[in-house]
Design a protein. Structure first.
Length: 385
């Protein structure tokens, strides 16, 4: 990834609006005071798209641009996005492409960014009304600003119609409270333990260009590699608590929704992260957080996949886990303190024979019970000795 030039900022004065066989040219005004660009990839979200775009247009401070990228939507999403671009030609740029996935849509938008900072928003979510204002104040407060700013989104559960705290809210706040306002992930590896969601971060564009960043394409979980890659290179990370977005769950047609077979992509995704970590000699502590996130994905995927996919997933994970340095696992156990289930799954995946036991979901509970019984027997024997 580090050897690929994304072309951030190249051709940023012009975008193609594709409408059937007609191609029209649309330009943004390029106001001097614009600090941010918000890139919104779009795919079949006509039900939520207006709320998303309106939340960006109606910010309390308007020093930002919007790039809408239609990733081959089959519903009216493209028409809706294009109508906004026509209505607000100085603020919105519209791009249209054949369906290529979330990573490719984000990369397409990145090529037209010409502001100092960039952020991303999924088209079924919506931005908090003072996000741009709070981020702007942080930048004006510190001339050097940041490479990466964490925001604090809020979850909106459509099943319960309730708002919930972001998964790592307490964890992240505790990290910054303990270590200070501006953190370097190499010195505070706990930042690697935050949730891998690119939309909850704001990035300095020159930082992305310096490290020739682009999103992985053609795979799901396109946020995982960028999460570790960008934190590894970032030197100034801050937290802006009052900025963020509302993250919609249980909507039934989220842009990040996936099917069972897509869970196989966790194999190449985490293989690429481990390969990069080994190549660049990451510390054991940093590697422990990769193992931790991978185990979260594995546990979830084993329970959520069909039997056919589960078998393929377990076999692929066995091949990968067999070559991951054992010291990474030991650091994971020491630092993260994983559950009994997670330890059992790791040992099962790494074993030449036991991994086959995990190929069927119903075996997981039985395996856990066996693991716990074995632990009790060990304790009883120790007491008797």
């Amino acid at each position: 990834m580090e050897d690929i030039d994304t072309g951030i900022g190249k051709g940023s004065r012009q975008a193609n609006i594709v409408c059937g066989d007609k191609v029209k040219q649309r330009t943004l005004s390029g106001k001097q005071d614009c600090l941010f660009t918000v890139i919104v990839p779009i795919y079949n979200v006509e039900r939520y798209l207006c709320q998303c775009i309106d939340s960006l247009l109606n910010q309390s401070m308007r020093n930002h641009k919007i790039i809408l990228v239609n990733d081959g939507s089959k519903d009216r999403s493209g028409e809706i996005a294009e109508s906004y671009a026509r209505q607000y030609p100085d603020r919105i740029m519209y791009l249209s492409q054949k369906n290529a996935g979330l990573g490719a849509a984000r990369n397409a938008g990145l090529r037209y960014v010409d502001t100092p900072y960039v952020m991303f928003l999924d088209s079924d979510d919506w931005m908090m009304p003072r996000t741009v204002e709070h981020l702007t104040r942080e930048i004006r407060y510190d001339a050097d600003a940041f490479d990466l700013a964490f925001m604090m989104p809020v979850v909106y559960n459509m099943a319960s119609c309730k708002y919930e705290d972001w998964k790592d809210k307490e964890y992240l706040e505790a990290v910054f409270k303990q270590h200070g306002k501006i953190l370097n992930p190499r010195q505070v590896p706990k930042l690697y333990g935050t949730e891998a969601n690119i939309c909850r971060c704001v990035f300095r564009v020159s930082f992305l260009k310096e490290h020739r960043f682009q999103f992985p394409e053609g795979v799901k979980w396109e946020d995982v590699f960028p999460h570790f890659y960008l934190l590894y290179w970032a030197r100034r990370c801050i937290l802006v608590k009052d900025a963020g977005f509302f993250y919609r769950i249980h909507s039934g047609n989220q842009i990040t929704a996936t099917v069972s077979s897509d869970r196989l992509d966790i194999i190449p995704v985490f293989a690429s992260v481990f390969s990069y970590a080994i190549k660049h000699d990451w510390s054991k502590t940093e590697a422990a957080y990769i193992v931790s996130m991978m185990m979260d994905f594995i546990v979830w995927s084993l329970h959520a996949s069909t039997r056919k996919v589960q078998r393929e997933l377990v076999r692929g994970l066995h091949d990968m886990c067999s070559v991951i340095p054992v010291e990474y696992y030991h650091a994971y156990v020491k630092i993260i303190r994983p559950s009994v289930m997670e330890r059992m799954i790791w040992h099962g995946l790494g074993s030449p024979f036991a991994y086959r036991f995990l190929e069927n979901n119903h075996n997981l509970r039985q395996a856990r019970q066996m693991y716990q019984k074995a632990g009790k027997l060990k304790r009883i024997r120790r007491r008797r000795a």
